[in-house]
Design a binder for this molecule. Structure first.
Ligand SMILES: C[S@@+](CC[C@H](N)C(=O)[O-])C[C@H]1O[C@@H](n2cnc3c(N)ncnc32)[C@H](O)[C@@H]1O
Length: 149
């Protein structure tokens, strides 16, 4: 028996997910500030992989960045468009995502645990690399209320 649920289909819980206070401003943004934002000029273009309902995108917009959110779940993107109306959005599976190198930074939180083998991870990193400008930044981390890795 596995205790790990790696089901990436968030559609059934999208509306509930949108009601949960994730304390993005208080808990996530200070981490992002230290890891990434302090190295980026305002106006830099940031891609959020697995942006969900757009809570981080909303905060990045407030701070003056250009933002694009990518998610495989259409229902979550529906909420993201409401929560961060100035952002661009891409409905795509990151494992199939192809982009020219247009992003100054790529960020992803609590998503990479869905990629369960080396082949998938390699593909994802190749796709991310393909989307990044020269010298662009990449940050991925897993976060829960009492743990950040
Ligand atoms: C646990 S949630 C994390 C959401 C958000 N990043 C956060 O930290 O609150 C995982 C998100 O990744 C998305 N996701 C999972 N697998 C994906 C894939 N292969 N391509 C794009 N998005 C994916 C899900 O739809 C969901 O929005």
């Amino acid at each position: 028996m596995s205790l790990v649920n790696n089901d990436a289909n968030h559609s059934p819980i999208a509306s509930v997910y949108n009601l949960i206070p994730f304390y993005t401003e208080e808990l996530v943004m200070p981490v992002l500030e230290q890891l990434m934002l302090k190295h980026l000029p305002k106006g830099a273009h940031i891609l959020d992989i697995g942006c969900s309902n757009g809570q981080v995108l909303q905060q990045l917009q407030i701070r003056g960045y250009q933002t694009t959110g990518l998610d495989v779940c259409e229902e979550l993107l529906r909420f993201a468009r409401i929560n961060s109306p100035e952002s661009k959005f891409i409905l795509s599976d990151i494992r199939k995502f192809q982009s020219p190198p247009i992003y100054d930074a790529v960020y992803s939180k609590n998503v990479f645990s869905f990629f369960l083998n080396l082949e998938e991870l390699t593909t994802v990193f190749q796709n991310v690399m393909g989307a990044m400008r020269d010298n662009a930044l990449f940050e991925t981390f897993a976060y829960s209320s009492n743990e950040c890795t």
